[in-house]
Write a protein that binds this ligand. Structure first.
Ligand SMILES: Cc1cc2nc3c(=O)[nH]c(=O)nc-3n(C[C@H](O)[C@H](O)[C@H](O)COP(=O)(O)O)c2cc1C
Length: 187
């Protein structure tokens, strides 16, 4: 079964929850998905593919996501990688494909990412911290769209299934996809 690491840099938990939704959906789609905090991962080589997400703060990706890319860039280049950002505290991420911020563009290049998505964020009305509480006064809310996020996970699973017969480490374990009849394994 294709082993997928879903990893997140999250300050207040909402990006971690998005990673959990993606992991659940990938498992439903037949992958062996593991969800971890970026800072807790020492080695990505046991995984066939990686999905990495970071919360946006002041126009920057969460530091744990940035560090993860720096530490594992070489291994990440050797496997398919998808990146996401979560942040906008409005519906803008649902209305258009928001481009990655500048250093996420660099991260995309560093790991040769297959794709990047921006999803809406969440901020609690009672968010702690001087600046966060000020932001919350005008922008608190949950702007994540779970169905859009799960649909993206379906796309990732389909891409993994399609590449399984032919390429690299994923090719060695083409169990998301049954080459004889094209069906997807849900086990
Ligand atoms: C102080 C502060 C700064 C933020 N800056 C940005 C930003 O630059 N861009 C953005 O899209 N969202 C920004 N956000 C929204 C967060 O990215 C959003 O709340 C996100 O869901 C937080 O993820 P987390 O719960 O995983 O930490 C900011 C939020 C706070 C509190």
């Amino acid at each position: 079964m294709t082993r997928v690491l879903v990893v997140h840099g999250s300050e207040r938990g909402s990006t971690a929850e998005i990673a959990g939704w993606i992991g659940d959906r990938l498992r439903r789609d037949g992958c062996d998905a593991e969800v971890r905090a970026a800072g807790s991962v020492g080695d990505v080589t046991p995984y066939d593919a990686v999905v990495l997400g970071g919360a946006l703060y002041a126009g920057r990706w969460h530091r744990d996501a940035r560090r993860f890319v720096r530490r594992h860039a070489r291994a990440l280049r050797d496997r398919p990688v998808w990146l996401f950002s979560s942040g906008p505290l409005d519906r803008s991420a649902d209305d258009a494909d928001l481009p990655p911020v500048a250093h996420v563009v660099r991260a995309c290049a560093a790991v040769d990412a297959r794709e990047h998505r921006t999803f809406g964020g969440r901020l609690a009305r009672d968010a702690r911290g001087f600046i966060a509480s000020r932001v919350a006064e005008s922008a608190a809310g949950d702007y994540r769209d779970p169905e859009r996020i799960r649909a993206w996970a379906d796309e990732i699973a389909a891409e993994l299934a399609a590449m399984s017969p032919a390429q690299g480490p994923v090719a060695a374990q083409p169990r998301c996809w049954n080459p004889s009849d094209g069906s997807r394994s849900l086990s």
